[in-house]
Write a protein that binds this ligand. Structure first.
Ligand code: PEP
Length: 249
């Protein structure tokens, strides 16, 4: 049984007062009867503040990126062990905005995946195709290649301590969500690829869907067999919409 996970990727948004109010709204809407887990992924400077606000609560904390290196002369970068120092248990790797805006390749994403685990963090590996790739019928090949690069670098066993997020690039921040059928097809393909290497690991890994998830489309996405929750961008910035998505899980 895979527990649903609802993770909020705040991207480069927030101020101290906004974050205090957002965390307050999340905590007040948590339901101890529900098994779904909630996670927030704040921008780096706010991680200590969020960590203190989340102390002794079940809400999980993660970073949005990390350096592939452990320490040293890498100005502006943040290591996995720095995130772990602030009680982060998770970190995004390979978000499409990092791949597109920072030119991160699948090989670099795989290095970050390995670095995250070396620091004791669970990577959330983001994969997904662009609109051109989908229209060219290349979705399975592109997503399979992004997953394959990590299997090659880290080995299949590494997926027992990781989460995957399928995020079609054309659905991120556009208001255009994949249909449950489109998402389920790719999620099942990712699970099959991992299961072909190790059936137990493939069966257990959580695969989140991300891309314009909103309170009104979350329930039908989360009802799909291989969709284990969501990676939420825009709708995670308001406690009301984020926690309505949590309730749908
Ligand atoms: C994301 O950035 O991971 C994301 C899914 O964004 P949005 O929900 O805004 O599409």
């Amino acid at each position: 049984m895979r527990n649903k996970l609802i993770a909020g990727n705040w991207k480069m948004n927030g101020t101290k007062p906004e974050i205090r109010s957002l965390i307050g709204g999340i905590l007040s809407r948590l339901d101890p009867e529900r098994s779904a887990e909630v996670m927030v992924l704040p921008p780096f400077p706010y991680i200590p503040l969020v960590q203190s606000l989340l102390d002794h609560t079940p809400v999980l904390l993660g970073g949005q990126d990390l350096s592939p290196h452990a320490s040293g002369a890498y100005t502006g970068d943040v290591s996995g062990s720095m995130l772990a120092d602030w009680n982060c248990g998770y970190v995004l790797v390979g978000h499409s905005e990092r791949r597109a805006l920072h030119g991160e390749t699948s090989a670099q994403v795989a290095e970050k995946f390995v670095a995250a685990q070396e620091a004791g963090l669970q990577p959330i590996l983001c994969v997904g195709e662009t609109l051109d790739e989908r229209e060219a019928g290349r979705t399975r090949e592109v997503v399979g290649g992004q997953i394959g690069a990590v299997i090659e670098a880290a080995g299949i066993n590494a997926f027992s301590r990781a989460v995957v997020a399928y995020e079609p690039v054309w659905a991120i921040g556009t208001g255009q969500t994949a249909t449950p059928e489109q998402a389920q097809e790719i999620h099942a393909g990712i699970r099959a690829q991992l299961s072909a290497e190790d059936a137990t690991i493939g069966g257990r890994v959580r695969i989140l869907y991300g891309g314009s998830v909103k309170p009104d489309n979350a329930a039908e996405l989360f009802a799909c067999e291989d969709i284990d929750g969501g990676l939420i961008g825009g709708a995670s910035l308001k406690a009301e919409s984020f926690m309505a998505i949590y309730q749908a899980a």
